[in-house]
Design a protein around this ligand. Structure first.
Ligand SMILES: Cc1cc2nc3c(=O)[nH]c(=O)nc-3n(C[C@H](O)[C@H](O)[C@H](O)COP(=O)(O)OP(=O)(O)OC[C@H]3O[C@@H](n4cnc5c(N)ncnc54)[C@H](O)[C@@H]3O)c2cc1C
Length: 432
């Protein structure tokens, strides 16, 4: 009997270094690649914001389209579904008599709930679900501690992994894929996802475009064409233009590139050209990404509570909707905050320096419930990643992993250090 499997792509929209795909091909006579636009990802959350806004949705559409093209080049295709994954995947399982669905393992609660629902439906169809951890540098089961005992301070985590862990080998992209004849499916547009399209602002720091092909181009450009990687540590706190930081985040969030691929390429670059503190610093920053994922495994849903993982009990106050709206619209009256918030609203991106400042301002100056800020970021960011977003917000709100209880940013001082000539502020506050 022919053994057919589904590869369910989620936030691993790539062919390179995709363990799920490689395992599925090895264990099956034919595979059916599938992506499902999950209805719940396009709903409004309890905080009143869309779970996915138009910038990220556009990026996902581009990434899925590119994956479909790349699969077609290998004689396969991508079935694009729209609805609830447990319902839509079950239909394909029945139609093609699928025995196993291969997918990326989830860490966070909502995603795990969906995974569990799918697994339950598959079980009723005599089909199993096999999952793999594919979106971190380090495999969590190879760390020198269990996630439950992982250090709560980043530096302790970093020192432990640097001393005791190795990054596993990459999984090569398949050269050929055997698939049954698949029905023609087409991608939804933004309207079908209940979103309106917007034109990206010409002032955007970077013209993000979804897909593995674009991600690999950016990698090669940042490392080899411009060699910007050699000055990353000095420039990474910048705010204007495409080269102050890598801009890898959106591709990493959707899995168009793997963190392991970036590090493997970094090693090649270091051998061919030069290794310096900047090349090391990219690895350092990618460790933060792993760390917030690990912390989410350790603390689970506590990251979404007002008191976070801190155990501190903060008095709940009614939400000042007026102040929230002014922050969102970039009308607080603080030019540095406003410029950053306008950039986010008009492009779906903000620099790391900007994010730290607007989050600190939200929590400490406006004294608002940090979760509304995090939820607005969730809607708006192209590179939204549940662990990095909620982990960083909780950190800045003083209810996360920061060993310092109150990380207050003096906004005036930050503006004078990081935007000394007001270039960034002029760019975003001048009416267009
Ligand atoms: C309040 C707040 C919310 C954030 N929300 C997100 C989010 O939803 N998604 C996201 O990817 N990053 C988030 N970050 C982290 C960081 O701001 C972005 O990763 C970075 O600005 C993206 O630009 P880049 O790829 O050019 O970064 P670079 O400086 O080039 O960094 C390289 C990579 O390292 C990782 N990285 C860097 N800094 C961090 C960090 N503090 N935490 C976790 N990973 C990091 C990212 O994967 C990034 O792509 C947030 C930070 C703050 C302060």
């Amino acid at each position: 009997m022919v053994k057919r499997s589904i590869v369910w792509f989620k936030t691993d929209l790539r062919l390179h270094d995709n363990k799920t795909l490689v395992k599925a091909i090895a264990q099956s006579d034919g595979i059916i690649p599938v992506y499902c636009f999950d209805d719940t990802h396009y709903k409004t959350t309890n905080f009143g914001f869309k779970k996915t806004g138009c910038y990220r949705a556009q990026f996902i559409l581009e990434a899925v389209c590119n994956l479909k093209d790349n699969l077609q080049k290998l004689n396969s295709d991508l079935l694009v579904l729209h609805g609830n994954p447990e319902v839509e995947l079950s239909k394909i399982v029945k139609e093609f008599n699928v025995k196993t669905v291969f997918a990326q393992e989830e860490i966070t609660n909502e995603e795990k709930l969906t995974q569990n629902k799918v697994e339950k439906e598959l079980f009723n169809l005599d089909c199993s679900l096999q999952t793999y951890q594919t979106n971190t540098l380090y495999q969590f089961d190879n760390l020198p501690f269990n996630p439950e005992n992982a250090p709560d301070v980043f530096t302790n985590f970093r020192k432990a992994v640097e001393k005791d862990c190795i990054i596993g080998d990459m999984f090569e992209a398949p050269k050929q894929i055997k698939s049954p004849k698949l029905p023609l499916t087409i991608l939804p547009d933004l309207n079908a996802l209940q979103l309106e399209s917007t034109n990206t602002d010409v002032r955007s720091a970077f013209p993000f475009k979804g897909g593995e092909t674009e991600a690999l181009d950016r990698l090669s450009n940042y490392f080899y064409n411009t060699k910007s990687i050699l000055t990353y540590k000095e420039t990474r706190n910048g705010m204007v233009g495409d080269s102050y930081s890598t801009k890898f985040s959106a591709w990493l969030a959707l899995g168009c590139i793997s963190a392991k691929k970036i590090i493997a390429e970094l090693k090649v670059f270091e051998e061919k050209h030069e290794a310096n503190t900047s090349t090391y610093w990219l690895f350092f920053e990618l460790l933060w990404r792993d760390y917030f994922k690990l912390m989410m495994v350790k603390h689970g849903n506590r990251f979404f509570l007002r008191d976070g993982i801190s155990g501190l009990i903060k008095a709940a106050k009614p939400l000042n909707k007026f102040a929230l709206k002014k922050w969102i619209d970039g009308k607080t009256g603080n030019d540095f905050i406003d410029a950053n918030m306008i950039e986010l609203k008009k492009t779906g991106f903000m620099s790391n320096r900007g994010r730290q400042n607007v989050a600190s301002y939200f929590c400490n100056d406006l004294n608002l419930d940090w979760r509304y800020g995090a939820a607005y970021f969730e809607e708006q960011l192209i590179d939204y990643d549940v662990c990095s977003n909620w982990g960083n917000w909780a950190y800045l709100a003083g209810v996360g992993n920061d060993p310092r209880s109150n990380r207050y940013f003096n906004i005036e001082k930050q503006a004078s250090v990081y935007d000394p000539n007001a270039t960034f502020r002029k760019l975003w506050l001048t009416k267009k």
